[in-house]
Design a protein around this ligand. Structure first.
Ligand SMILES: NC(=O)c1ccc[n+]([C@@H]2O[C@H](COP(=O)([O-])OP(=O)(O)OC[C@H]3O[C@@H](n4cnc5c(N)ncnc54)[C@H](O)[C@@H]3O)[C@@H](O)[C@H]2O)c1
Length: 351
């Protein structure tokens, strides 16, 4: 198999690359990344952002391109030279906060870069399976219209029959944040290149993905960032009341879902992917759980709410369960423990 991974030097992309590099040593894995995470998150000092890029160098069947996917000429040449079977598009600007301070940079790296990728495939002779890493943020503030119950440590959905946010949930006429819009526009462009040009485009709208090797910061990767703060004895800053809930998914379960999509004869689908309601957790519950497993008091304080924060986001994963024949295998407590173990062993990476 010949597979291209944009953003392969990042968290999710590097796991996809590693999975296929190990699975079949005759596979050719091409990774493109411009190593811009530090710049995009405006945070070059805190951690070793290029860790995953160097980590992958041990695999002989991974080929590296240090390039910006806004470079359409480069992408066209790459597509012409290589008939890929699969393209996983993970590259992008990932933080809501950065998108609010620099909406144009966000638009360039998410919307324009995605259209460039699609265009380079459209103009080539190949027809790879394309997979976009989209996000729960495409539903914006509409998520906050769901009726919630406020409990001591978390919000819950009032209606017990409501499984969570599905692919059909309303994504129009609401506050989104620039990140939500740039990701929604890539999501829609992916759908459109399927409809208008017959490309095999597929979309994963993902909730919170976490695990070892996530180079988390205050602005992206909240769960791993809180683990790092806890391990280093730093005070955790909670925006809002800490009762916000997310369904969290351990990275190996995401890779299993991607593999299932690649293996099956599925075309032009959108899936909500996350841990589902069984793996949902609030910030306060995470802190309580970290105190339990680290056996120590964790310092934290409360600050203002963030713009357009979703009070509760739980993915309805029933479509993915049925069509991809997939289920999360690592429950959230096990996933958190594995991540804590890795962060503890690698705490030096987080200066
Ligand atoms: N991690 C999550 O919880 C999560 C949740 C929902 C959606 N997503 C989406 O999944 C994707 C991957 O997320 P991640 O956590 O692996 O992020 P990441 O920042 O670790 O990886 C993204 C990579 O893309 C690269 N990149 C950015 N712009 C680029 C460009 N123009 N050209 C080439 N490379 C570029 C960065 O250098 C980085 O290495 C993102 O698109 C993100 O929006 C992630």
């Amino acid at each position: 198999m010949k597979i291209l991974i944009t953003g392969g030097g990042g968290f999710i992309g590097s796991y996809i690359a590693e999975y296929y590099a190990k699975k079949d040593t005759s596979s050719q894995i091409h990774v493109i990344d411009n190593l811009s995470r530090a710049k995009l998150l405006n945070n070059s000092k805190f951690i070793n952002f290029d860790y995953n890029w160097h980590y992958l160098k041990k695999y002989k069947n991974i080929h590296f391109f240090k390039e910006d996917i806004q470079n359409l000429g480069f992408l066209k040449r790459l597509m012409k030279k290589n008939g890929y079977d699969v393209i996983c598009h993970t590259a992008g600007q990932t933080a809501v906060t950065s998108s609010l301070s620099n909406p144009y940079l966000d638009f360039e790296n998410n919307a324009i870069a995605s259209v460039n990728l699609l265009e380079s495939v459209r103009l080539s002779d190949s027809n790879p399976k394309l997979i976009l890493c989209s996000t729960n943020k495409v539903y914006g503030d509409n998520v906050n219209k769901i009726e919630l119950k406020e409990n001591d440590f978390r919000y819950d959905i009032k209606n017990k029959n409501f499984e969570g946010i599905s692919e059909e949930f309303d994504l129009d006429l609401c506050h989104h944040t620039p990140y939500g819009i740039s990701k929604l526009s890539s999501d829609l462009y992916f759908q459109e290149y399927g409809h208008s040009y017959g490309l095999d485009t597929n979309i994963f709208r993902m909730s919170c993905i976490f695990g070892p090797r996530q180079m988390a910061t205050e602005n992206q990767g909240w769960l791993v960032f809180f683990i790092i703060c806890a391990l280093k004895g730093l005070k955790i800053k909670i925006n809002g009341n800490g009762k916000q809930v997310r369904d969290i998914l351990y990275i190996s379960d995401l890779i299993n879902a991607i593999h299932s999509l690649i293996e099956k004869n599925i075309k032009n689908e959108v899936f909500c992917i996350g841990g589902g309601s069984a793996n949902s957790i609030s910030i306060l519950e995470l802190i309580n759980y970290l105190q339990e497993i680290l056996v120590g008091e964790i310092k934290y304080n409360f600050e203002n709410w963030r713009s357009a924060d979703q009070l509760l986001y739980i993915s309805d994963i029933s479509k993915a369960q049925k069509i991809l024949n997939w289920d999360p295998k690592i429950n959230f407590k096990e996933g958190i423990k594995k991540t804590v173990d890795w962060c503890r062993e690698n705490v030096k990476l987080f200066k």
